[in-house]
Structure formats: C-alpha cells, structure tokens
Design a protein around this ligand. Sequence first.
Ligand SMILES: Cc1cc2nc3c(=O)[nH]c(=O)nc-3n(C[C@H](O)[C@H](O)[C@H](O)COP(=O)(O)OP(=O)(O)OC[C@H]3O[C@@H](n4cnc5c(N)ncnc54)[C@H](O)[C@@H]3O)c2cc1C
Length: 371
Amino acid sequence: MKKNYDVIIAGGGLAGLVAAIELSQNFNVLIIDPDTYPRHKMCGEYLSMEVSLYLKSLGIDLNQLSDIHIDKFKFTRGSRSIKAATLPLGGIGVSRFSLDHCLYKEAMKRADFLHDRVTDVHFSNLEFQVITSTDELIAKQVIIATGKRSLLDKKLKRPFIEKKSPWLAIKMHYQFKMPNDLVELHAFDGGYAGLSKLENGHVNLCYLVNYSSFKKYKDIDSFNEKVLTKNKSLNKFLKDAVPLWEKPITISQISFEQKEPTEKSLIMIGDTAGLIHPLCGNGMAMAIHSAKIASHYITQYLNNYITRDQMLIEYSKEWRKTFSSRLRHGRWLQRILLHKKITIIAYWLLERLPFLLPIIIKKTHGKQIQP
Ligand SMILES: Cc1cc2nc3c(=O)[nH]c(=O)nc-3n(C[C@H](O)[C@H](O)[C@H](O)COP(=O)(O)OP(=O)(O)OC[C@H]3O[C@@H](n4cnc5c(N)ncnc54)[C@H](O)[C@@H]3O)c2cc1C
C-alpha cells in the first residue's frame, strides 16, 4: 500500500525545513531531499535579523548559532569605496552548514525524512501522488521547496525553466582577518562578490558573475587573478586570505525570471516561488517567511476552515503582497550595479548622500516577522 501523509515537502533546504517544523506540530509530514546534513551550500550566508523572533518561536535561537552580528555595509568598485553604512535591521553571519543542520534536527523531532529525489507529482481525486526515484507516496497537500532550479521544474513544465540564464555563482571559505560586524559588497566586471564572517571565524567569499565575462578565462583561479583583483579590496583579500577548502562550490544557470507561487494546485515556497538578487541579502529570510505563510494557509485548509481553492488564492495573494516589491527593487538594484555608466553616477550620488544607502537596502528587506 502507498504511504499516506497530510503534507509532503519536496526539498529540505531552509524553506522546506521551516515548513516541516511548523506543520509537523499538527500534521503528518514527510520531507524528501537527496542531500545529507550537514552540508555546505551556495549562499552569501548573511541572514537578515527579520527572521530571528520567528525562528526563536520554532525553537531555533540564532544567537546560539552565531555571535557574528552584522550591522555595517561597505560597497566598493575598482579603487573606490563607499564608507560603511548602518544596516536597518542588521543580520547574522551563519554558515548554511550549521543553519540547515540545526533546522533539520528540529524538523526531525516530528517529521519523517526520505533521502530521495522527487521526480514527478500528479494531482487527481483531491489527492497528490508523489513519485520519487524509488517510491510512490500519497499526500493531501504537496509543497515544492526544491530551490532555484530543479529537474522537477522541467517535469512540471514551469515556463522559467525553458529560458537559459547567464548567471553562475562561486563560493569558498577562507581564513582572513575582517571585522565581525561588516558585510562587504565588491563590484567587478560582470558581477559582484560578498564578503562576511561566519560563526567559526571563517570568511565567506561568494560571487555572482555573468557567464559571458567568466568564459573568457580558463578557470576560477585565472578569473580571480585577472578580474576580481581589479577591485582593490578583493585584490587585498585574495593576496592575504588562506583558502580552507580544496576547491570552491559552483552552480550555474541561476534564474531570476518571474515564477508563480502556486501551480497545478501545488504550493511553491522559497526560491521555487521566486529568487531575489543575492546582492540584497534577503533570499534566506524570504524562504523562511514564505514557509511561514504557506504553513498558515495549509493548516487552515487541512482543518477544513477554508477550501483548497481558497488556500491557493490566499497564499498567492499574501506571497505577492509580501515579496513582489522586494523582488522588483532587487532587479532594479542589480541592473544599476552591473551597468558601468549608471554605477559611476550611483556612486557619485551615494558618496555625497550616504544616508540614501540604508533607505535603498530597506526596500529589499522586510520588517521583523512576528511569530
Ligand atoms: C550566489 C548567491 C548568494 C546568496 N547569498 C545570500 C545571502 O547572503 N543571504 C541571503 O539571505 N540569501 C542569499 N542567497 C539566496 C539564498 O541562498 C536562497 O534564497 C535560499 O537558499 C533559498 O532557500 P530554499 O529552501 O528555497 O532553497 P535551497 O536552500 O536551495 O534548498 C532546496 C533543496 O531542495 C532539494 N531538491 C532539489 N531538487 C529536489 C528534488 N527533485 N526532490 C527533492 N529535493 C530536491 C535540494 O537538495 C535542496 O536541499 C544567495 C543566493 C545565491 C545564488
């Protein structure tokens, strides 16, 4: 007989794990993910404090995970640098290695975990059939939390997956001395890099670059040497920093195309519903927040307070109300940062009116999420 669940969650990243912690308090929940924990993951690892109270209500105390409190932001291009600005809510420097593992342990207190990959999902007769590489399962509701891009998106025929994306990302941890309270954003030709400290004192260098700039060089080392070092701060970093891994983590085809928060009666959360440009440093908080919103409406539906259609409509409405303007401002900021002439003008303006920077950052972040 096929196993039955109230909720099956495809993907055990931040969004999937948070939804599992919430929903397993009242329902029978299964998470499916091919990963094992702990594991490193592509990310700048700056987590906005807007999620701190909410995570605490779920049993996750960020202050216990990391004492790297970041409330200053510095932006550089070439040899120019804008004086550190204060971040409105601030954030915490925490590795995905520790954060996801902590959420995983909390989720495992009540939810089931299947170490597998979801390959397809069908909806008929008011229930979902979830197909994995080795199993078939049944659920009253399915959440898709498979991140930026997955083969499942192709199977579900999501339009964004057909469009090629020129973005690739590279991440590496280093030993390097830098202030605990600072996150740095360094622009270079074709991309930008974030630098910030983590709970174990390591420094994360994570950058996003356009493939057309990257492909002119034979590998990551020569790209770093020829392009990143043209930025004075990155030059100093790469000269002095000691790499802590044998090789960096890389991913390609990072898509910032618009996506839908619900499709085929499925609820999408985290990057599966929409990815904000990484320079905003808000993707993790949005993933966590979207899991909270989805859990609320799924709970109402499973308790028969609303119909399935109402659940899907209300979730979509609230998702758009909460995140659409952040995504729009993120797109707008990324365009400015990567446009050579416009960045020079933006720089000129910000050097003279530095109070504008926190106002701009605020547009891509939310307020403290109330539990
Ligand atoms: C270069 C870069 C830098 C970033 N820096 C920051 C930052 O500093 N701060 C910030 O807040 N955000 C940052 N982000 C964004 C942030 O990393 C994401 O928004 C966040 O990871 C989203 O979490 P998620 O749970 O949606 O997806 P993920 O964390 O990617 O989790 C998806 C999970 O789904 C699983 N999966 C995939 N396919 C399947 C399948 N078919 N079946 C089952 N499981 C599957 C994967 O194994 C994975 O565990 C950055 C993003 C990039 C690209």
